[in-house]
Design a protein around this ligand. Structure first.
Ligand SMILES: Nc1ncnc2c1ncn2[C@@H]1O[C@H](COP(=O)(O)OP(=O)(O)O)[C@@H](O)[C@H]1O
Ligand SMILES: [Mg+2]
Length: 281
């Protein structure tokens, strides 16, 4: 299920804000995130098992602030499970998962994690087809803790500016009034990335973003991600090695739920173990 933030918010809405304060998330999550040590995501010794099958085993991974990290690995390596742990969809059996220095992801709900600044894009675009591009962005932006306030309020100038910026970033300015259902597959993917960006996430998780894209769209996605890095941190799961090579400073190879190797794409591709288990040579 895609986490459609505005629909998921209602049960979590807490007028007093007490529950959020208890876990250290204020109204502006990005302002609260403690990034003093330069690490946006800390995963240490994470284990996840499904009916005795170990999908993640002692997985340890750190993502730096502003980093663009690619995660590669064969099918079944645990890449999606890893994203499920980060977003609170799956609870690890044990291990540490921290967003910044202080936010314990294993103790937060999916909604709280999204509000704290982690945005996830699933493989299949799930835009609202009958709504225009602009309306999709507008809706995605209404992730304010106060659903009530966002229903009453019109978009602030700042919110409109943010949507305008994002329309430019994702190159859909000309299509702003088109129903999203009429966009190409690639444009829908860009719109969905835009729907994350209007929420101003600190960390973006993207699962196979260029699957099904044309070469031109793939090239634009590479440019887009490189331009987002720095201001955002990105974790990209992708099979397309040409794409990975064009964007990643740093690649982690997952195999059987464990990080097998890390480094530049050239480094991991030269790693004997990686060649054996992953490239199958
Ligand atoms: N909900 C689940 N129940 C049982 N097994 C699961 C579940 N989710 C994933 N798995 C298993 O965990 C392993 C890792 O899956 P996944 O994280 O989807 O790998 P990847 O995304 O790298 O292809 C696979 O063997 C998969 O079958
Ligand atoms: Mg997967």
């Amino acid at each position: 299920m895609r986490a459609v933030p505005h629909l998921m918010l209602e049960p979590a809405y807490d007028p007093s804000g007490a529950s959020r304060d208890a876990i250290g998330i204020g109204s502006s999550a990005s302002g609260q995130l403690d990034l003093r040590h330069g690490t946006i995501l800390t995963l240490e010794d994470i284990n996840v098992s499904f009916d005795g099958f170990k999908a993640l085993r002692n997985l340890t991974l750190y993502i730096g602030v502003g980093e663009l990290r690619c995660i590669i690995g064969p099918n079944g390596a645990g890449k999606t499970t890893l994203m499920d742990v980060i977003t609170g969809k799956t609870r690890p059996d044990n291990g540490k998962a921290f967003f910044g220095e202080t936010l314990d992801l294993t103790r937060m709900s999916e909604v709280e994690i999204a509000q704290a600044g982690i945005g996830r894009k699933f493989q299949k675009p799930t835009v609202f087809e009958a709504l225009s591009v602009f309306e999709n962005l507008e809706l995605a932006q209404r992730t304010d803790k106060s659903v009530w306030a966002s229903l009453k309020a019109r978009l602030s100038g700042e919110q409109k500016d943010r949507i305008e910026d994002v329309l430019t970033t994702i190159r859909l300015r000309e299509s702003r009034h088109r129903p999203a259902g009429l966009l190409s597959h690639g444009q829908k993917q860009f719109l969905e990335i835009g729907m994350l960006l209007v929420q101003e996430p600190q960390l973006l998780l993207l699962d196979e973003p260029v699957a099904g894209m044309t070469d031109a769209e793939t090239e634009f996605t590479a440019e887009l991600f490189k331009s987002l890095a720095g201001q955002h941190s990105l974790m990209v799961v992708e099979h397309d090695m040409g794409f990975v090579g064009s964007i990643a400073d740093h690649v982690s190879v997952l195999h059987q739920g464990h990080v097998l190797a890390e480094g530049s794409l050239e480094e991991v591709q030269a790693n004997e173990q990686v060649i054996e288990v992953y490239l199958g040579r």
